[in-house]
Ligand binder design. Sequence first.
Ligand SMILES: [Zn+2]
Length: 467
Amino acid sequence: MAFNRVDIETKFRRNILLPIYWKYIKHWRVLEYYKKLKEYQWKTIEENRNLQRKKLFELVKYAGQNIPYYKQIIQKNNIRFSEDTIFEDIKKFPILTKDIIRKNFDQLYKFKDNTYYRNTTSGSTGEPAIFYQDRHCLEWQIATKLLFDEWAGRKVGEPIVKLWGAIDDILKGSRGIRGYLKQQLYGVTTLNSYMMTEKNLYDYVQRINKIKPRLILAYSNSIDELCRFIQEQDLSVYFPKAIMTSAGVLFPEFRKRIEEVFHALVFDCYGSREVGDIACNCEKTDELHLIPQIHYLEILNDSGKEANQGESGEIIITLLTNYTMPLIRYNIEDRGVFSKAKCSCGREFPFLKKVEGRIRNIFRNKKGDIIDGGFFIELFYFRDYLKKVQVIQKDYDFIVVNLVLKDHQKIKVANTDFKEIDKKIKLAMGNETEIKFNIVDEIKPSPSGKYLRTFSQIDPQDKNFRE
Ligand SMILES: [Zn+2]
């Protein structure tokens, strides 16, 4: 049997590079956890539920002993809990919102060792919050990704193309040597979806044809734009085994177009920065399998009670792997529906039927380049004085940024930052763009009640323009 280039590189990565890197250089337990997840998926629903019970109890116990916020909650509400009754006991804990996290931040974490790192999310309500995570959590997150990739037919080390936000590509021109080495190591090539010019889109198609990825991972609206471009230009493109979309709603028309262009299976993954990948569909269904050993999910209806099967409600997540800053009953600000269906794939992981929310927006500049709304949001990450931000494209060369400040004392810092952000927005939108920064007392949600972080008023017919 003759091996081609992709096979040889894959084998080298899978059998030599990655095991050495994870095990001996980083001392990460990624492969061990991945193996565990592969076993868990074939356990019965009761066995998985028992493993989840244990993990949930251990996390709550640890938080109650070590994290000041939870110590107080337990004392104040006189909460008693045990391993046997933890699924009932957990309901006595209040919902953790981003607002509570911001107000009680210093009470919410304790560093166990020096493997912690800072993460942030803007969330669908546009209020950024900061989180600490640690290596243990990261190892499980990588293992989860490997499992979901495997469901989509991509084995460890096989090439992936990611059509994803890469802010440095716009601001610095490239991702540098570290980015290149990471790409070689993991077999992941990132094509920047924050900035999709016609030239870039041509280039992306050529690179996909050269790399021959097993899997393309993409923001749902970005892959849809790429598909339209391929159709309009009548280009020929390599067919990967699968396309996996994330970060945004996979509309049926997106799915249809992806299937037409790439002749590949389409997978949908639900995840977020603060809790990692949560659920993904398998090859047999469009519904999303959850991993009970990583996340404990509740869905609460509009009266705050446990939603019935098929009833839509707010998704409340307990992340079972992060002990540095435990998120217990965290409101992720998405809505979803539990499904009781059994999957013909044989995996007894529970099902999330659908996730609502997560609408992303795209902007267009005068040249017709497509700029993902995520680009603008990322420019405002880690600005501690900010409470809320909203970026609106009023015209091809006019952007309005509405900001609610948390700390008015820091207006000087903010003004300096705005100058720098102004330049960065111009890099993407064009030099002639006017950018107006408005400091406001509040940002009102749209008439439907949904608060939009970014939206463009350019093309109301565009399917991404939702409100
Ligand atoms: Zn399945």
